[in-house]
Design a protein around this ligand. Structure first.
Ligand code: SD4
Length: 337
């Protein structure tokens, strides 16, 4: 992947560097988070997304505006086969996008299975702000987006279409299940989803999650990313969490909510992510050997932690001191398990 190549050179962490050890510096004289806050994102392309978000945060913008901007960068500026307009389609060749956004006061919005609209995260924000609902799906989500002034245009890129044709040639296409799992979904060569969490200078949290979902998924399949509590959860009283990997496991475990609730009970972000991963394994020990699940969390003080089921999960951290740090999370099974 283009973004991956671009950012691999910036990988600074060893496999053992599983969490940001330091908390943010003490509160600033204004009583906010020192030096303008912090933003963290899943995967190597999170570095670029963080920088887009940081422009807002460092200029005094809200965490909510920052995560929307960061997610838009991943959806648009970076041509990424796993997020936004350059995403790979489902097994019927249709590109469907999922996204959610949430702030620490519990305001949230989401879209699922959205077609032909380039910035699902901004549609999700409009759902949050301009409707009495939390989630719109499929045709209804598209109608709403168009009514809100979003441009409708065919998004599938020639590269994604080519990849889909290549997949069809080697895949065993069955009506109910897609048995093709040559690459472990969510692993380092087959990952999707920008999950982004930010804390602003006033200590307010927000998160965004955007994805084209798992490539070659069944048409109509919705993953965790647009489901509040599964792919994203934010609470100003505690912290925030997001997820990447096989969304079915996150949904089964209400996983991002679980991570936040574990932090509420006193776990550090890394401990909370680890415990949530252990829950996934306990529920489905056999399946856990071959699928990837990754969590990223930040607490209300700005401390960051992550944990994955398998090796290969990296996340990007950005604050006033470090603009492009990429860290590797620890995992239950190492790389290539
Ligand atoms: C999904 N969680 O649609 C997303 C995919 C993903 O790394 O994050 N893969 O299930």
């Amino acid at each position: 992947m283009k973004g991956r190549r671009r950012f691999l050179g910036q990988m600074a962490a060893s496999a053992g560097a599983m969490a940001m050890s330091g908390k943010l510096a003490a509160a600033s004289p204004e009583g906010g988070i020192a030096q303008g806050g912090r933003v963290v994102s899943t995967w190597d392309f999170g570095v670029g997304a963080n920088q887009a978000a940081w422009k807002r945060l460092s200029a005094g913008g809200s965490a909510l505006d920052a995560v929307e901007q960061g997610a838009r960068w991943a959806e648009g500026d970076l041509c990424n086969p796993t997020v936004g307009r350059c995403g790979n389609p489902d097994r019927d060749g249709v590109l469907t996008l999922d996204a959610s956004i949430m702030d620490g006061d519990g305001r949230c919005g989401a879209v699922a299975a959205l077609e032909d609209i380039a910035h699902p995260i901004s549609v999700a924000r409009r759902v949050m702000e301009d409707t009495p609902h939390v989630m719109l799906v499929g045709e209804g989500a598209q109608q709403f987006a168009v009514a809100q002034g979003f441009e409708k245009r065919r998004l599938l890129t020639p590269e994604a279409e080519k990849a889909w044709h290549a997949w069809r040639e080697r895949a065993e296409y069955r009506p109910q299940i897609n048995a093709e799992r040559r690459l472990r979904p969510g692993d380092k060569d087959n990952h999707d989803t920008l999950g982004m969490l930010a804390i602003d200078r006033n200590g307010r949290l927000a998160g965004a999650c955007t994805t084209s979902g798992m490539a070659w998924k069944m048409h109509g399949r919705v993953g965790d990313s647009p489901i509040i509590g599964a792919g994203l959860y934010v609470d100003n009283e505690v912290g925030a969490a997001t997820a990447s990997g096989v969304g079915e496991e996150m949904i089964r475990n209400a996983a991002s909510f679980l991570v936040v609730e574990l932090m509420r009970q006193g776990r550090t972000p890394m401990e909370a992510c680890r415990e949530a991963i252990e829950r996934v394994v306990r529920k489905r020990p056999e399946a856990s050997k071959s699928l990837q699940v990754c969590f990223l969390a930040i607490d209300k003080h700005g401390e960051v932690g992550a944990f994955a089921l398998h090796g290969g999960f990296v996340y990007a951290v950005c604050d006033a001191a470090k603009q492009d740090v990429l860290r590797a999370s620890d995992s239950i099974y190492g790389e290539g398990a």
